[in-house]
Design a protein around this ligand. Structure first.
Ligand code: C2E
Ligand code: MG
Ligand code: MG
Length: 256
């Protein structure tokens, strides 16, 4: 509770940071964009990981302040990349609490419009389990967000019990396969079959399929062989901030 009351101060006094973890096309190895991950540098407690405060912030509704802050930060970054890295997008995580706010799509739309950024460059990630909390309402809200022009992703896919009939109704363009399937996939023939089926299903629905948490070359090559499109994970890059982020952006520019 103490931590949560600090969160309001954190947003107001720039204790939050947006870190960016690059995502790479498996076929070409080229960067396709990045996921924005919140970090909280608390003046007394030091570094607080999102796993420690996001779930509580979701329960209390404070997460909407965090989301708002991350959206503004991502849009400012996309503006800054306009000339140097126009092909790179940023994905921001949104929680179901955000979606419950009826004005959310409109608010995001207004932020994007004010920034002048092409909405196709700002992606939103929503977890599969979050969508299933109120499946019927989620369909409507996702359509409202899609109408604003933002591409949408299902995060942590494979852990949230959605039906195929339901998935077909969602206006999403990316499935992010949960890290639990990726971990050790090269040594797990059963998981390979499952992930192959997920990828084929995703492709059958015209979705881009991304694997999260790729840590080893063996996992990467297995996923490439199974037809996965995009990878994200420590093997290629950890989440970046500050000088390390700038280094990566500079290297991207040179690689062009
Ligand atoms: P997520 O959206 O599934 O994000 C991926 C998480 O996996 C990140 O953890 C990332 O650092 C971590 N990761 C990436 N590659 C690897 C890898 O190769 N190995 C391992 N072991 N982990 C890897 P992080 O940043 O601690 O975030 C955890 C979760 O907190 C996120 O999961 C997301 O659900 C939530 N979160 C983070 N930032 C935000 C935010 O701004 N808003 C909301 N609503 N949730 C956020
Ligand atoms: Mg995510
Ligand atoms: Mg995930």
């Amino acid at each position: 509770l103490g931590l949560l009351s600090d969160l309001r101060v954190a947003v107001a006094t720039s204790q939050l940071q947006m870190w960016l973890q690059p995502k790479f096309a498996l076929a070409s190895g080229r960067a396709v964009g990045a996921e924005a991950l919140v970090r909280w540098v608390h003046p007394q407690r030091g570094f607080v990981s999102p796993a420690e405060f996001v779930p509580f912030a979701e329960q209390t509704g404070y997460i909407t302040m965090v989301t708002d802050w991350m959206l503004r930060e991502a849009l400012a970054t996309l503006q800054a990349w306009e000339r140097t890295h126009p092909a790179l997008g940023i994905a921001v995580n949104v929680s179901t609490r955000d979606l419950q706010d009826a004005g959310f799509a409109q608010r995001v739309g207004a932020l994007v419009a004010a920034s002048g950024v092409n909405p196709e460059r700002l992606r939103l990630e929503i977890t599969e389990s979050g969508l299933m909390e109120d499946a019927h309402k989620s369909v409507e809200l996702l359509h409202a967000l899609r109408a604003v022009g933002l591409p949408l992703s299902i995060d942590d896919f494979g852990t949230g019990y959605s039906s195929l009939a339901y998935l077909q109704k969602l206006p999403v363009s990316e499935l992010k396969i949960d890290r639990s399937f990726v971990d050790g996939i090269d040594r797990a023939p059963g998981t390979q079959k499952l992930v192959r089926a997920m990828i084929e299903m995703g492709h059958g629905m015209d979705l881009l399929v991304t694997a999260e948490g790729v840590e080893t070359e063996a996992e990467r090559s297995t996923l490439a062989r199974l037809g996965c499109d995009v990878m994200q994970g420590y093997l290629r890059s950890r989440p970046l901030h500050g000088a390390a982020l700038q280094d990566w952006l500079d290297r991207e520019l040179k690689a062009k």
